[in-house]
Design a protein around this ligand. Structure first.
Ligand code: AN7
Length: 381
């Protein structure tokens, strides 16, 4: 394949829209360019005339959408002379930080809530060589500690409070618009800190502006000063953004921070979202909404997606499809709509939760002889 056709990551792909120069040393693992898969069986099951696509971010290099943000954050940290990065994490940010730090040859410090991150993510942080600091506390407490320590030690924060993170993550929206030829009508995401829903909205706004159309009033990210602000809306260019939370960790549904967030979807076990104000602006500007799902509903959606479509995402990610299915059923998302659900992380991240909820699976254990195998097959046809 000629060099110019080789995909080398999202910064090179979208460098005109990202804060890099020709001299910037890019720290990349080939992230982005993930599949947008049209669901075939679930729409039939719903009996509704809708087009549902999933953006399978679990196929990024460390298995989640965090890689999009981390390639930018680490590239800029290195450019600015930093030798160490730090984050608090429910697991995926720490995996990505650890990998990109390894790639860059710098140190990653990750603070994780003890006992509350999925096994695959813990394995990643350790294997990529991050200094892994377990705290007896939750993500929100870890985040506050990270902010404090960054004032006292020479470390760059790579949580989504780092603006370069959102710049990288906005490229997912670019990819979707390019692939569909237009923005979807609805874009559904799981929400924790609300960085990703914010980043997608930035991406959709920039894309629609670039296409010669202008975004509404002020854009959420510049207080109305940027070149995208002030123009009329031209229909169909930007989706309504819908954020789904786990019921035990749903500050956007409660309207206030949640003190002791709990959910089986540990990735979004977050009570005090870092992009609070921005996410409300996204909801307002896009005409979207926030809603919540019970843990059982999240797990049922995860299983349905795996067993009906062959797509394995982690529990948090399934909140997007579970929520979308409910809103399609009730008609809040009307027939005729095109819907994109972001599957933020790979199902392999959390094997324990997967195996636990498949206790009723069709697994059998037999002796190693032909008649037992035959019985197992004929008994399960
Ligand atoms: C699979 O890794 O916050 O709303 O520390 O891992 O942008 O926070 C993870 C978040 C959704 C929520 N799905 O995204 C972390 C972390 C998965 C995630 C979210 C996360 P935001």
């Amino acid at each position: 394949m000629p060099f110019r056709d080789r995909y080398t990551g999202l910064i090179n792909r979208y460098r005109d829209h990202l804060p890099v120069s020709d001299d910037t040393r890019i720290i990349s693992l080939g992230e982005g360019n993930t599949p947008l898969i049209r669901l075939k069986n679930i729409p039939k099951l719903l009996g509704k005339d809708v087009e549902i696509y999933v953006k399978y971010e679990g196929l990024n290099p460390t298995g989640s959408f965090k890689d999009r943000g981390m390639t930018m954050a680490v590239t800029k940290a290195v450019e600015e002379g930093s030798n160490a990065i730090i984050c608090a994490s429910t697991g995926n940010t720490s995996a990505a930080a650890a990998a990109y730090a390894a790639r860059a040859g710098i140190t990653a410090f990750v603070l994780i809530p003890e006992g509350k991150i999925a096994m695959g993510k813990l394995a990643q942080a350790m294997m990529y060589g991050a200094v892994t600091i377990q705290i007896r506390g939750n993500f929100d407490e870890g985040m506050e500690l990270v902010k404090q320590v960054a004032l006292q030690a020479p470390v760059t924060i790579v949580n989504s409070v780092n603006p370069y993170r959102l710049q990288g993550q906005k490229t997912a929206a670019f990819e979707i618009v390019e692939e569909l030829g237009r923005a979807p009508d609805y874009h559904c995401l799981p929400v924790g800190n609300a960085g990703n829903i914010t980043a997608h909205w930035i991406g959709y706004c920039e894309y629609s502006a670039q296409k010669g159309t202008k975004v509404t009033e002020s854009c959420a990210f510049c207080d109305g000063n940027c070149r995208y602000a002030g123009g009329p809306i031209i229909g169909g260019n930007r989706p309504a953004m819908i954020g789904y939370q786990a019921a035990g960790s749903a500050p956007f549904v409660r309207g206030e921070a949640v003190k002791n967030p709990e959910t089986v979807a540990t990735a979004i076990r977050i009570g005090n979202p870092q992009s609070w104000d921005r996410a409300w602006k996204v909801k307002e500007e896009s005409g979207g909404w926030f809603d919540e799902l019970a843990d059982e509903e999240i797990l049922a959606a995860q299983k349905l997606l795996a067993q009906r479509e062959g797509i394995f995402c982690e529990p948090a990610s399934a909140a997007s499809i579970g929520g979308a299915m409910r809103d399609i059923k009730t008609g809040r998302i009307p027939e005729g709509s095109t819907i994109v659900c972001t599957l933020t992380g790979n199902g392999l991240k959390d094997p324990d939760t997967a195996i636990k909820q498949c206790g009723d699976s069709r697994m059998v254990t037999i002796d190693a002889n032909i008649s037992s195998v035959k019985d197992a097959i004929l008994g399960n046809m």
